[in-house]
Design a protein around this ligand. Structure first.
Ligand code: GH3
Ligand code: MG
Ligand code: MG
Ligand code: MG
Length: 291
């Protein structure tokens, strides 16, 4: 993570917010909510908080209910929650922890204790974010990896089956890449892979997923994109790659594109069609697009 971690403070009493802010404002970026509903709104807005300090007794929705709702949503379920509350019985504490809170701090607020416990949870959150990011990205190119691609595609297809819409896929395979390695060495091969990956990453919309699928194969998932639009985009990319000349190495790629036929098609089948199209592009002489 770059910059300060973001902490959402939730309490219906202004003086409590002020005490918490005084402990934390130097080291963290703070967001403040004075109701449970407002907490749920702010928890989903970027920057998504790295930690939530949550009061229990609040008039509109109590902290336990807020925590339950946070844990139900895919956007907020991984945000750690620390209860900060006057409810100091063992039963309350046990209940809060069972709801998934990572810690339970009782009032009156002791600034040094809050600061120390918050520090521990922020470090744990940063470590778990870093691990997740590593698990989903390709190290050489920083693109998403195959694992993330399959997860994202499965989610997109299931959303499509509920709301409708289009989904297209582009598979890109570098031409004669084995020869690049043989002629210029594996390290220069890696430089070519990074340069091609940068072109693919730069040319895409935020909602698209660009992934390194295997050695010299890439896949782009294009949300709400027809096959014709995908073809136009593939043509732009094909031309950019051809003009790249990374390290004075001439490089081209073959493209296979396909559009999801129906929500029932399944990602594996869509992928297989794109793969077959890449194969045809190679047969046709490479550096071209087949649908
Ligand atoms: P085609 O045009 O038919 O796709 O031929 P190709 O040579 O690109 O295809 P092939 O599948 O025969 O070779 C792919 C090569 O990609 C072989 C492998 O050594 C190389 N490769 C795979 N991963 C990496 C990598 O991470 N770095 C480098 N430098 N090379 C890699
Ligand atoms: Mg309260
Ligand atoms: Mg290949
Ligand atoms: Mg190849």
């Amino acid at each position: 993570m770059t910059g300060k971690a973001t902490i959402l403070l939730v309490d219906d009493t202004r003086s409590n917010i002020e005490i918490l802010a005084a402990c934390l404002q130097h080291n963290y970026q703070l967001k403040v909510a004075m109701t449970g509903i407002r907490c749920l709104e702010l928890a989903e807005k970027t920057p998504i908080p790295d930690l939530i300090l949550l009061d229990v007794v609040m008039p509109d929705m109590d902290g336990y209910e807020v925590c339950r709702k946070l844990k139900e949503s895919s956007v907020t379920k991984d945000i750690p929650v620390i209860f900060v509350t006057g409810k100091d019985s063992d039963e309350d504490e046990e209940y809060g922890l069972q709801l998934g809170a990572v810690d339970y701090i009782t009032k009156p607020i002791r600034p040094a204790i809050v600061t120390a416990r918050v520090g521990t949870q922020v470090i744990l959150k940063q470590q778990s974010d870093a691990l997740r990011s590593m698990a989903l990205h390709d190290q050489l190119t920083s693109l998403f990896n195959r694992h993330f691609l399959i997860e994202a595609a499965t989610n997109k297809i299931s959303r499509l089956s509920r709301h409708g819409g289009k989904l297209s896929i582009m598979m890109i395979d570098i031409d004669h890449f084995k020869l690049v390695n043989d002629q210029f060495g594996h390290q220069n091969g890696d430089i070519v892979l990074q340069a091609v990956a940068d072109v693919l990453a730069d040319c895409n919309r935020k909602e698209d997923v660009v992934a390194r699928f295997g050695g010299e194969e890439f896949v782009i998932l294009l949300d709400h994109c027809s096959l014709d639009d995908t073809q136009d985009k593939a043509e732009q990319l094909r031309s950019k790659i051809e003009q790249l000349n990374p390290g004075k190495i001439h490089v081209t790629a073959s493209f296979g594109i396909a559009e999801l036929e129906s929500e029932n098609e399944g990602f594996e089948h869509l992928l297989a069609r794109a793969d077959a199209a890449v194969y045809s592009a190679k047969e046709k002489g490479r550096n071209c697009i087949v649908k």
